[in-house]
Write a protein that binds this ligand. Sequence first.
Ligand code: SF4
Length: 509
Amino acid sequence: MTMFDPRARSPLIADEIGTILRRAPVEVLLAYPNTYRVAGSSLGMQVIYRALNSRDHVACHRAVLPDDALEHPGQVPVHSLEFAKPLADYDAVCFSIAYELDLAHLVLMLEGSGIPALASERGPQHPPVVVGGPLTNSNVLPLGLFADVVVMGEADLAVYTLLDWLQERPDRAALTAQAAGMPGFWVPSIHGDAVPELLSVRGDAIPARGVWHSPQAEFRNMMLVETSRGCPRYCKFCVVRAPVAPVRSPELDQVVAVLDRPEFEAAPRVGFVGAAVSDWPFFKDILRAALERGKQVGVSSLRADKLDDELVDLLHQGGYRTLTVASDAASQRLRGKMMKGLRERHLMEAAEQARRVGMKLVKVYVIIGLPDENDDDIQELIDFGQRLSKRVRSAITLSPFVPKLHTPLAEAPFEPAAAQTKKLQRIQRGLGGRVDVRFDSPRQAWVEYRLSQGGIQTGHAVLQAARNGASLGAWKAAFAELDRRLPDEERSAVQAAQRHGLWTLTGAR
Ligand code: SF4
């Protein structure tokens, strides 16, 4: 057992409010494979942190990706934020993972700590590695080489089953044997690429609520509470569309009761989380309740067709200075094809509402490279941007379309980065500096695409890329090597799903 200083709290959490500082006979590490800034704003991680700290016999501490882990792959050890205890000394290591590109970070956190990243190379002396989180809602297969156990989908309740097992301090073999027989637990060493169906909690597990708030988190000094889970809509590109994640919502008084909890009273800001927050019928009521309690507010997503003057004014009173809405496609034709259910006039009205209450900026999210997108669609976006900028200062953020499993577009093509770059340049030229055009890197999106579509063996590319610092060049070389070694069908998550007849991977239902 390595020595560590139990008083050495990480500076990252020096100003965090809500930290749980407990020691117990069984200690579990909850890791987030990204920076504290991102991890600190994950409501899912907070729910699991609270659950794993809910029994006397077990304590849970957290860890995040060290700042220099990418510069020195495999050489930067990970310690808990609460007690600076090395990751390898924990009885179990759990990861909460949200994004494909964080797969490489997960590898770096394990290898930097002396735990083999490949599950097949770990022995009885190593802690079991359990993974869950939003990434399991799309393609989980590239985790298969690294995880001993994966909790599929919504883990709010499954975490207590895990806790039952962990408090007996099982070794890896015992834990995987227990998990393999339970619905919603994927044990890659036993199940191979036949992943179980996603877990879905009932409404009584909602609303999830936060544990901590911090000035160093992306959602600065903000306590988070859920106002809905899933979505009632059917946008074809989205992994939380109704057939996969049906909507479940709390009553107003349940969320108001959360605002009155002591940990929420102590926070200057409160953030309302959900895929469809503005669809929640009590949204204005909860904004009023937050304002009455002197809070600033944040909202995870807003639909332009759900806004009106009163609602936008409430947001403004709650500290909003930028109104962010999603168009999600370049043209009306594509929004229709994607079943977005939104028209340009909704976006224009939202801009007017923002202007009227004195907001400084309207930001619109657009997905580029959707199937069948053509020159006319791009021209319509340029025309829209020009009209928008005459009403209010505007920004358009362009994100490359990445087809995801569990959606009807799972098998759609990814537009080559060169073609996307041409479109981005055309949009920038067309808007002539009148709109602040930002875009996510098409090359990075290509990496996300490969990970979104890859089978279990894709983990080898993750391992190689991580060991080479996870730069774009490292990812490209790693996928080239994978493509040389493996036939198509062993690289494809869609084909794995088809082999096993899994509806969940193609969203066929
Ligand atoms: S894009 Fe938004 S509105 Fe559409 S299904 Fe997804 S969460 Fe719902």
